[in-house]
Write a protein that binds this ligand. Structure first.
Ligand SMILES: Nc1ncnc2c1ncn2[C@@H]1O[C@H](COP(=O)(O)OP(=O)(O)OP(=O)(O)O)[C@@H](O)[C@H]1O
Length: 263
């Protein structure tokens, strides 16, 4: 369980997250929705304390007392992160990239030497789980975008995480591949009882996979409920600012079009 208590974040004078409090329960698949700049990435980074907080506390089950360096290292080791742009080393093989997920378990000195056979087997099992065992020795830049994201997921699996945080993991994929990749993250979360918090721009995918949807707007929670409670009116409210912008722009451009003369 992760609990945020009055957590707020500012960048300079700009407030990215207004004070908010909530709990993320074990095994829950939570989707964050909200227009660009709503605060989704900032919120995700608060969950494993990658962001400095302006106020409030983050409590995680299994971690008592104040956060010190060792506890933060353990928290980040137990939190798998998946990114939109995969953050892979493209000149290395899929397996080498996956094994990077084990680095948090070793000292800098130890990580200069090859990992144990057990860890290498764990890497292969993770690639098998994401359907890419046959690509283990392929360089990542020879893989498709969807396959690269699967490598990113396998890298998270070798961490044996308690929580998965995914920041727009399917934003650069076509709709069918996006569905497949999200379905994979969802099944990994369900099978392992791993909490997942995933930010998305696709409301249909949020409705399909989420146990819980949190809607952010202007750094505030404006919706928190089950997918069936997210009505069209609430979606409109969530994206109101973003949705109105293109209409204004288009109608503005249309107004400037030369009006054809009647013949
Ligand atoms: N490092 C930073 N320095 C200054 N301002 C920042 C920084 N990171 C984010 N912000 C600002 O904080 C606000 C929230 O940003 P955040 O990236 O959390 O939103 P988001 O919902 O994830 O957006 P997107 O969907 O575009 O990724 C935005 O106004 C953004 O410009």
């Amino acid at each position: 369980m992760i609990q945020l208590e009055n957590v707020s974040v500012k960048y300079g004078d700009a407030i990215a997250l207004h004070p908010l409090s909530l709990k993320i329960n074990e095994g829950q698949f939570t989707v964050l929705l909200g227009s660009s700049g709503a605060g989704k990435s900032t919120f995700l980074r608060c969950l494993n304390l990658m962001n400095n907080l302006d106020s409030g506390h983050v409590r995680v089950s299994g971690f008592n007392g104040n956060w010190n360096r060792q506890k933060l290292q353990r928290l980040r080791r137990e939190t798998g992160m998946i990114f939109q742009q995969h953050q892979l080393i493209v000149r290395q093989t899929a397996l080498q990239n996956v094994l990077m997920g084990r680095l948090g378990y070793h000292s800098v000195l130890r990580s200069l030497f090859p990992l144990s056979k057990t860890e290498q087997e764990l890497g292969l099992q993770s690639l098998k789980r994401v359907g890419l065992l046959d690509k283990a020795l392929c360089r990542v830049d020879r893989l498709s975008g969807g396959q690269q994201q699967r490598v990113g997921i396998a890298r998270v699996l070798v961490q044996q995480p308690k929580t998965i945080l995914a920041d727009e993991p399917v934003a650069s994929l076509d709709p069918a591949t996006a569905d497949e990749v999200l379905s994979l993250i969802h099944s990994i979360s369900q099978e392992g009882g791993i909490s997942a918090v995933v930010s998305l721009h696709q409301v249909d995918l949020a409705r399909k996979y989420a146990d819980r949807i949190i809607g952010l707007a202007g750094g505030r929670i404006v919706f928190d409920g089950r997918p069936e409670e997210l009505t069209e009116a609430k979606v409109d409210e969530l994206y109101r600012n973003r949705r109105s912008e293109p209409k204004t722009e288009v109608s503005g451009r249309l107004l400037n079009l030369p009006v054809p003369l009647a013949s």
